[in-house]
Design a protein around this ligand. Structure first.
Ligand SMILES: O=C(O)C1=C[C@@H](OP(=O)(O)O)[C@@H](O)[C@H](O)C1
Ligand SMILES: C=C(OP(=O)(O)O)C(=O)O
Length: 409
């Protein structure tokens, strides 16, 4: 299925009921389970990734399919390792290509027993769960922070707690801080000094928890504001002092012609039209924002140099190549060292008349490209249902704002 999306003809102020964060929801579900808490989590995300976590935690089966949900795969692998029994965990075809060896080796060193069912280093996994000893461990911090968050959350349940020494350049740090901060909400205080994180052995306390709105989802609305002259939006539910690293989107978009103001009524965005000449940024702490910025900068004609993208190749798709291929259809020639950067120096080529954007089973490809209809008139988005991974109501909200849609099978 494909959507053909056309730019809104009438720009009117719009209030966006943002979805809540899948990252926070999935941590809350694991911490609630570890705390044996019967208290409900308020505002739990309606995303596929969170619904898959919920289903797994409520299931009586010993086999789990987590689809394309990275956090669900990584957090559940650690969680199941400390529960006595034999478990199988699998996922989508792409999940079977996303590495998990660092986490598996760490868990095995801490006393778990995990085997690869198909390819060494990748899901599916067979987990023989048991009580874990814990203790000191060295772990690369430069591949995925999700391995670290997964280990930290089960740290208190290990006999000797956990002392993780992170090696290499630590990526996605805000997600690790988010984990530690949520563990503290559930009664366990850890320490992060230099590259060592220490978690004491202990017992989580049951608590009520409310999930806040998702700053990564908010980024697509900053893009809408940047690409529509006269645009005024009111984003509901985002916290000003959030632990979500993607909250950085608000100040970064100043350079892309969007002002923001926190008020009692919500976060107010306004198109100012004042844009920078170039945009250079290191996305090491906000990897999920890279696609939003690449598409916005191209549409605004702002050359860019992005660094810190070393995790993009192992996400839902190889996001570096997906961006290069799809932006070319819109007339923009990008380049990359195929490791950690993405550059647009302003070079253009002929644009396809109505570009048909492939989404590679990646929700963020669909969400980042759709607002580009405002700058090129119209475009097509393939497999639009992918957005349900983090933001199921995205299309409904874009329609309500004024984008026009037609469907093709
Ligand atoms: O912990 C989390 O909730 C996440 C961590 C990040 O992954 P990496 O640590 O693999 O970069 C991020 O890209 C992902 O969307 C969610
Ligand atoms: C990378 C992402 O998710 P995950 O790694 O949890 O699948 C994402 O949502 O952009």
């Amino acid at each position: 299925m494909k959507y053909t999306i056309s730019a809104p003809t009438n720009i009117k102020p719009y209030k966006v009921a943002l979805p809540t964060s899948k990252s926070i929801s999935n941590r809350a579900l694991i911490l609630n389970a570890l705390a044996y808490s019967a208290q409900p989590i308020k505002n739990l995300s309606d995303s596929d990734d969170t619904q898959l976590m919920l289903k797994a935690l409520q299931s009586n089966s010993n086999t789990f399919d987590v689809g394309a949900a990275g956090t669900t795969m990584r957090f559940l692998t650690a969680f199941l390792s400390k529960i006595v029994g034999q478990w199988t965990i699998t996922g989508s075809a792409r999940m079977k290509e996303r590495p998990i060896k660092i986490l598996v080796e760490a868990l095995n060193q801490l006393g778990a027993k995990i085997e690869y069912i198909e390819k060494e280093g990748y899901p599916p996994l067979r987990i023989f769960g048991s009580a874990m000893e814990g203790g000191a461990l060295e772990l690369p911090g430069n591949v995925s922070s999700q391995y670290i968050s997964a280990l930290l959350m089960i740290g208190p349940s290990m006999k000797n707690g956990l002392q993780l020494t992170l090696t290499g350049d630590i990526i996605s740090r805000p997600y690790i801080h988010l984990t530690l901060q949520m563990m503290e909400t559930y009664g366990i205080q850890s320490q992060w000094k230099g590259n060592v994180i220490s978690v004491p052995s202990g017992v989580y306390q049951s608590t009520s928890f409310t999930v806040e709105a998702d700053w990564s989802a908010a980024s697509y609305w900053f893009e809408v504001a940047a690409l529509n002259k006269g645009c005024e939006l009111n984003l509901q539910g985002v916290k000003r002092y959030s632990e979500q690293g993607d909250a950085k989107v608000a100040t970064l978009f100043d350079q892309l012609g969007v002002s923001h103001k926190f008020s009692q009524k919500g976060l107010l965005l306004r198109n100012t039209g004042n844009t920078a000449k170039n945009f250079n940024y290191n996305f090491i702490e906000q990897p999920d924002l890279a696609q939003t910025f690449a598409v916005t900068c191209c549409c605004l004609g702002i050359p860019f140099h992005f660094t810190g993208l070393q995790t993009l190749k192992i996400k839902e798709t190889d996001r570096i190549n997906a961006l290069i291929t799809e932006l070319k259809k819109m007339g923009f020639i990008l380049s990359s060292n195929q490791v950690d950067n993405l550059i647009w120096d302003g070079t253009t080529c002929d644009k396809e008349e109505t570009p048909c954007i492939a989404t590679y089973k990646d929700h963020r490809m669909a969400m980042a490209f759709a607002p580009a209809a405002s700058s090129i008139g119209s475009l097509q988005i393939e497999d639009p249902a992918v957005v349900s991974k983090s933001y199921p109501k995205y299309w409904e909200h874009l329609k309500a704002y004024g984008f026009e849609f037609s469907t093709k099978e």
